[in-house]
Write a protein that binds this ligand. Structure first.
Ligand code: ZN
Length: 271
């Protein structure tokens, strides 16, 4: 837990001046320009928004997202060590801009100022219960702002569909594959993503499902709009029912792997 002085240091680092210096140093002319709110914040607890990764965790591709090979074993070698083979886009993970663009930022190049951000959670659980293919709409964003005020500058907007707990309790429903092989789960409407890009200053969007687009999408329109704009996405987010709709700070522990298009990410909300 960070003491008050430490929190202030974190938030001071997110000031507008600090952000522009970092962005200029990284040569990010095309990256979205915004800063998280500079005012110091306090928090009393940390909430883990990460699913435990394993070969059994449901994936978009349908095959295990991680293979773990034991290289050294304590009984024999006096220490434990695995080799991992990983799908970059499995488990709770980041989509970097390069995932859907020719020359976008890779995960290692994302400025840290854009990885510690205010978290806005949009609850569409009831609507998603009625319709598995539900698309978070411009109207859902308007309803959030009616209740909580304008989306904070530099925030992450998270879709809370209720699918997160299905990843563990009912993986088949989490994937939602029908007899024709089409998947069914909620996502962001491209129009909503476009509005966030044009009308608000948003660092990233997050979903508690397998994809930023809904399950039946063939075009991946939200991915194609959002990621090439220099913004990131998060998929398979856990525990969105355990954080407030507004006021938490999201820490995105994205992998710093050269040229990575995304990857397994530890997500922590400071509440
Ligand atoms: Zn992904």
């Amino acid at each position: 837990m960070c003491v008050a002085g430490c929190e202030q240091a974190v938030w001071a680092a997110l000031s507008r001046r600090g952000f522009f210096r970092g962005a200029a140093a990284a040569g990010l002319a095309a990256a979205p320009v915004f800063a998280a709110e500079a005012a110091p914040r306090t928090f009393t607890k940390a909430v883990d928004l990460t699913h435990t990764m394993s070969p059994d965790f449901p994936t978009f591709m349908g095959k295990p997202g991680i293979e773990m090979q034991r290289e050294f074993e304590f009984k024999k070698d006096r220490y434990n060590l695995f080799w991992w083979r990983l799908d970059e886009h499995a488990g709770t993970h980041l989509d970097a801009p390069i995932h859907f663009s020719q020359a976008g930022l890779s995960a290692d190049k994302l400025p840290v100022e854009q990885l510690v951000v205010p978290l806005a959670v949009v609850d569409v659980v009831y609507k998603a219960e009625q319709e598995a293919d539900y698309l978070l709409s411009r109207e859902d964003l308007a309803l959030w702002e009616d209740k909580h005020g304008r989306l904070p500058a530099g925030c992450c907007v998270a879709l809370h569909s209720g699918w997160g707990e299905l990843a563990i309790s009912d993986p088949a429903r989490f994937i939602g594959r029908d007899v024709n092989g089409t998947m069914h789960f909620p996502g962001f409407a491209p129009e909503a993503a476009q509005w966030l890009m044009k009308e608000r200053q948003v660092a990233g969007i997050a979903v508690d499902t397998l994809s930023l687009d809904n399950g039946q999408s063939k075009e991946f329109s939200t991915h194609r709009l959002w990621l090439p704009s220099g913004r990131w996405g998060l998929e398979c987010v856990a525990n969105l029912d355990k954080v407030p709709a507004n006021g938490a700070t999201l820490v995105v522990g994205a992998p710093k792997v050269k040229d990575a298009t995304g990857g397994l990410t530890r997500l922590i909300a400071l509440v």
